[in-house]
Design a protein around this ligand. Structure first.
Ligand code: ATP
Ligand code: MG
Length: 556
């Protein structure tokens, strides 16, 4: 696996390198061409990292071009969100943002050019008829009865289509290539459709819109793209991409290269399906922290660096595969383990009373902000006779495997003293309301003098100084490794426990004002980010980014 990954991660770089060395190109120009019909997801992050990454690596340029040829599903909201996402990932496109729609006039001129060459015609077959004429993978198609129209007639009809004289679906402009081609894409593909729709960029100027195939390569040529990198499903379109470039007076000659789409298990990478999750209210929006969108991952607490690392790690190759989501989780965990400041937060509180500390006494203990990075400094933790610990860290009785607090036994309070549990207090329902303990003298940073060592280490906060926070425990959105590849509806595979909220958790004193999007490791609990939108002075919401335990590579 490792070998193929290394070899393949270089295949586009190798091509570019050769083209630069041979003098075929002086500079590499790539583009990232999203259709603004949804938010970008982790698959797009891969494409961004390939296109911007190669331009960066070879000192070239990468354009951000909105592929806005299908106004029906497109929206300015998506245009804005996509730009935010690309910038947040740390990439800067060349010059202004570009739009396929700004080439509509040129494309129209080129459509007329093809008609004049006898290479395009207006076809009046209905969609059903056209399907019938197209043939199948094993049978050739048949020529449309409209294929022999004269140049004048075709030009007039195209003009009429543009002027809005005909109904949607009544006519299309087609290339005149070869209805018997083994490649179905070459069987007189459609160049223009009538769509009487308002366009977010061009308004009501057009009621015919070019197809992806007729637009993409020509846009690349106009922009001087040298390497037009797309995913494998466009491989069969490449002959058509080249046919247009061969037959039109384009200003430059781009080449298309394909690589395999990124698929991640337990994850959906289709805008259409992600949209379904949003529209059905299954998630709170495109940027719900459980969404594999770039904005969702950002809100979840992923860093741009972790996403870029992941995109590098999965490699760039030409064979389809499915990447384990644990690899993505590994990348963010690794980043945060290295960089996130530490803090203590008690999610399920139990009172702990230290009987040999005077009431009202508060002292400060010092703890590293990061255990392995001295340069990050120290934090000062208020310590007192009334603490909160996690309910799961205490048992009245337990066997030796339980390395936390047990009645009659000792435990170390992380960054502070050793304590010994003496008795429990119960409420009216018989539930444990508090644990009474004794502090072992002189045990700060050293073992107790009597030689009785603590069993383990637990986290805590000082009750009076801790501040209340709200916690959202996020987990994978789907509990099936291939939620969109089963016979059932993907909705049946939604993990019902993908969000568990805790209204009252208690964060160590001193962290009352953090900036939204700050990530901490809550020691022994996991990594948590102050929500980008909902963390504020009144309501302090933290999202769990990821737990501490890394499962990547297990079971292999
Ligand atoms: P979706 O299927 O989610 O709608 P798309 O391909 O239709 O995706 P576009 O906006 O057209 O979405 O994609 C922009 C670019 O991102 C294209 O070049 C496309 O090939 C690439 N891309 C989309 N999904 C992936 C993926 N899973 N892995 C790698 N590249 C991808
Ligand atoms: Mg697409």
């Amino acid at each position: 696996m490792k070998e193929s990954r290394e070899a393949s991660s270089n295949f586009l770089a190798t091509i570019i390198n050769t083209d630069l060395e041979s003098g075929k190109h002086d500079v590499v120009v790539t583009r990232f061409p999203p259709e603004p019909n949804g938010y970008l997801h982790i698959g797009h992050a891969k494409s961004i990292s390939v296109n911007f990454g190669l331009a960066e690596q070879f000192g070239g340029r990468c354009n951000l071009r909105f592929d806005d040829t299908n106004p029906e599903k497109e929206n300015q909201v998506y245009i804005d969100a996509i730009q935010d996402d690309v910038r947040w990932l740390g990439y800067q496109w060349n010059d202004e943002v570009l739009y396929a729609s700004s080439y509509f006039h040129q494309l129209y001129e080129w459509a007329k050019w093809l008609i004049n060459q006898g290479m395009a015609y207006v076809c009046d077959l209905s969609a059903d008829e056209a399907r019938e004429y197209r043939g199948t993978l094993t049978e050739p198609g048949r020529n449309s009865p409209y294929r022999e129209r004269t140049t004048e007639e075709n030009l007039a009809l195209l003009e009429g289509m543009k002027a809005g004289k005909f109904d949607e679906g009544s006519r299309v402009l087609r290339a005149r290539i070869d209805m018997a081609s083994p490649n179905i894409n070459m069987r007189d593909p459609i160049l223009y459709r009538i769509r009487k729709l308002h366009h977010h960029q061009t308004g009501n100027e057009w009621c015919i819109y070019p197809t992806y195939d007729f637009a993409h390569g020509q846009e690349d040529a106009i922009e001087g793209i040298t390497h037009s990198i797309c995913t494998l499903e466009f491989e069969d379109h490449r002959p058509l991409y080249e046919w247009f470039l061969d037959n039109l007076p384009v200003p430059s000659r781009p080449r298309q290269y394909e690589f395999a789409r990124l698929n991640v298990n337990y994850t959906i990478t289709s805008k259409r399906r992600l949209k379904q999750l949003v529209e059905s209210g299954t998630v709170s929006g495109w940027d719900d922290p459980r969404m594999p969108t770039i904005s969702g991952m950002r809100r979840r607490g992923y860093t741009p660096g972790s996403i870029r690392t992941f995109c590098d790690m999965v490699g760039t190759n030409r064979s389809d595969g499915i990447v384990d989501v644990a690899m993505l989780e590994h990348c963010i965990r690794d980043d945060l383990n290295e960089n996130a400041p530490r803090a203590m937060c008690v999610l399920n509180p139990l009172r702990l009373i230290i009987t040999n500390i005077a009431e009202g006494h508060v002292e400060q203990v010092s703890a590293p902000i990061h255990p392995n990075r001295e340069e990050m400094g120290q934090r000062s933790l208020p310590f007192s006779g009334e603490l909160l610990i996690d309910r799961d860290d205490f048992r009245e009785e337990a066997n030796k495997k339980f390395k936390r607090l047990v009645l009659g036994k000792r435990v170390r309070l992380r960054n502070a003293y050793v304590i010994e549990a003496d008795e429990v207090e119960r409420d009216d329902n018989g539930e444990i309301a508090a644990v009474k303990c004794r502090l072992i003298e002189n045990s700060l940073g050293q073992d107790p003098a009597d030689g009785v060592k603590p069993k383990g280490v637990i986290h805590w906060v000082s009750a009076a100084q801790a501040s209340r926070v709200e916690i959202r425990l996020y987990d994978r959105l789907f509990n099936h490794p291939a939620p969109d590849r089963t016979d059932e509806d993907m909705m049946v595979h939604i993990n019902p426990d993908s969000l568990v909220t805790i209204d009252e958790a208690w964060l160590e004193g001193g962290l009352e004002n953090v900036m939204p999007e700050t990530v901490f490791q809550f020691e022994r609990e996991g990594y948590f980010v102050a929500d980008r939108y909902e963390y504020n002075a009144e309501r302090r919401v933290f999202n769990r980014v990821i737990g501490l335990r890394d499962s990547w590579g297990e079971g292999k």
